[in-house]
Design a protein around this ligand. Structure first.
Ligand SMILES: [Fe+2]
Length: 412
C-alpha cells in the first residue's frame, strides 16, 4: 500500500541512532519490506531485539484434506452453522478458523469468535479479513485499529498481531488468506500508487493503526516489559503445504516506540465503497475492491440499479470461463438468488465450466426495480477451488439443482 504513514517517535534520518530520551538506551531498527526490499516497506524501532526467541515447537493446524470439486457442481454453504448456539464464546479468531474453500493461491475461512486470539502472524501471505458482524480491535506491532461490521481489514504478511473481540456478540470474520500480497486493483492506482479519481474509494477511506501500541499498555512495566515469555503463532510453508509453528519470545513483540513507511495493516469499510452504476448491467470488474495473485475481491453494495428503460437489473446468465466465483452474502436481500435458500452468512460457489445466473423467476421479477439493498463480498479465483473441511460440513446438498427444480433423485 504505497501511502506513507508515521506513528510514535522516529529519528529524523533513517538508519541512524534512535535512543530512549531518559535512559539513553538504543532502540533496534527493523526494516520490514516486500519483494526482497524492492517494494513497499516500513521501518520499526523496537525496545528489544526483534529476533530473540527461546523456543520453537509445532502448531498443529486443524486436520484438513481439501477435496476437488469432482463431479463438478455449484455449492451453497451455510457458514453460520459452523458455530452453532453459544459455541462462538469458546472460539478465537485465529486458531478456530474453519477453512471453507482453497487452492494454491488463496484460502477462505470463517470464524465466529468471543475470545482474544493469541499473537499471530501469517508468513505465507497477506490476509483480507472481512467483518460480517460484531466488533473488535486488531492490535499489532504498528498499533491498534478498531473494527466493526462491514470492515475489510488488510493485514500484511508477517505482521505480528492479535484479534480482540469486544461487546457481547460474536465477532464474525470471513478471512481471505492469500499466498501473495493483497492490494487495491492496479487500474485504480497512479503509476506512483495514488488512488485515482475513478477509483471507488480513496486514501481518506482507509484507517491505519493508532499507536504505536506498547507492551506497557498491556500491563507491562515502564520499560515496556511484560513478565514472562510470550508465544507467537506463525503460519508458514511446510514442504509445499501450510503448516504452523509456535515461537516463544523472551519479550513482548508490542515494543515498537515508532514506525514509518508504506507497509502496515489498515481497515476500509464497505459502506465507504462508492458503487459504479450504469444504464445497463455493470459487469463484476466494475465492483472490484482488491486483488492478489490468482484472485480478485469484488463487492456488491446497496445501489441504484440499471436505468435504461428496457434494462434487466439482475445479472445476465454468465460463464466466467477462467474463474471460480465465491459469493459471501453478508447483508440485505440478494435479489438474483431469491428462492435458492441463500441467506445471511451463506456462501455460493459457482465454478468455472458451469454457466450460472439468477434463480428462476428473479430475471423477470427484477424488471422495473430501481434499487437493490444487497451486500455481498465476492472472491473470484483463477484456479479451481477445492472443498475444504468447513465448506463440506455446512453444504446444503441441493443448491446445484435450484435452477431446474429437481436433482438426480428427483428432489428439488
Ligand atoms: Fe456470477
Amino acid at each position: 500500500m504505497a501511502y506513507y504513514r508515521s506513528a510514535g517517535t522516529i529519528p529524523p534520518k533513517r538508519h541512524t541512532q534512535h535512543r530512549d530520551a531518559e535512559s539513553g538506551r538504543l532502540y533496534f531498527e527493523e526494516l520490514m519490506g516486500e519483494e526482497g526490499f524492492s517494494s513497499d516497506s516500513s521501518l520499526l524501532y523496537h525496545r528489544h531485539l526483534p529476533s530473540a526467541m527461546v523456543d520453537s515447537r509445532v502448531w498443529q493446524l486443524p486436520e484438513d484434506k481439501p477435496e476437488p470439486n469432482h463431479p463438478l457442481k455449484p455449492y451453497h454453504f451455510r457458514l453460520h452453522e459452523l458455530f452453532p448456539g453459544e459455541s462462538w464464546r469458546q472460539a478465537d479468531p485465529v486458531r478456530d478458523r474453519r477453512t471453507v474453500l482453497g487452492n494454491a493461491d488463496v484460502r477462505i475461512g470463517y470464524v465466529a469468535a468471543g475470545l482474544p486470539s493469541p499473537l499471530y502472524r501469517n508468513g505465507t501471505g497477506d490476509e483480507c479479513v472481512y467483518v460480517e458482524s460484531g466488533s473488535g480491535v486488531l492490535e499489532s506491532v504498528f498499533g491498534s485499529i478498531e473494527v466493526g461490521q462491514g470492515d475489510y481489514v488488510i493485514v500484511p504478511r508477517a505482521t505480528t498481531h492479535r484479534w480482540l473481540p469486544t461487546g457481547d456478540a460474536p465477532l464474525r470474520l470471513y478471512a481471505v488468506e492469500a499466498n501473495s500480497h493483497i492490494t487495491p486493483a492496479r487500474r485504480y492506482l497512479s503509476k506512483y500508487g495514488q488512488l485515482l479519481e475513478h477509483a471507488p474509494y480513496c486514501e481518506r477511506d482507509l484507517r491505519g493503526p493508532v499507536g504505536p501500541l506498547l507492551a506497557e499498555d498491556l500491563g507491562g512495566d515502564a520499560d515496556g516489559d511484560v513478565d514472562g515469555d510470550v508465544d507467537v503463532y506463525v503460519k508458514h510453508r511446510v514442504g509445499g503445504a501450510i503448516g504452523g509453528t509456535v515461537l516463544t519470545v523472551p519479550t513482548h513483540p508490542f515494543d515498537v516506540v515508532g514506525w514509518d513507511g508504506c507497509l502496515y495493516p489498515y481497515a476500509f469499510s464497505i459502506s465507504d465503497y462508492e458503487p459504479i452504476t450504469g444504464r445497463v448491467h455493470q459487469p463484476p470488474p466494475a465492483h472490484q475492491v482488491f486483488e492478489g495473485n490468482g484472485f480478485v475481491i469484488c463487492n456488491f453494495v446497496p445501489r441504484k440499479v440499471d436505468y435504461h428503460p428496457l434494462s434487466i437489473p439482475v445479472p445476465y446468465y454468465h460463464s466466467n470461463v477462467d474463474s471460480d466465483e465465491v459469493m459471501f452474502y453478508c447483508g440485505g436481500d440478494y435479489e438474483a438468488r431469491r428462492g435458492s435458500g441463500i441467506g445471511q452468512g451463506s456462501v455460493s460457489l459457482h465454478p468455472g465450466g458451469h454457466t450460472h445466473g439468477p434463480q428462476p423467476g428473479a430475471y423477470e421479477r427484477s424488471i422495473g426495480a430501481e434499487f437493490f439493498d444487497e451486500l455481498a463480498v465476492m472472491v473470484d479465483t483463477f484456479r479451481p477451488l477445492d472443498l475444504a473441511e468447513g465448506g463440506r460440513a455446512v453444504d446444503d446438498g441441493r443448491y446445484a439443482w435450484s435452477w431446474s427444480g429437481r436433482g438426480p433423485g428427483g428432489e428439488g
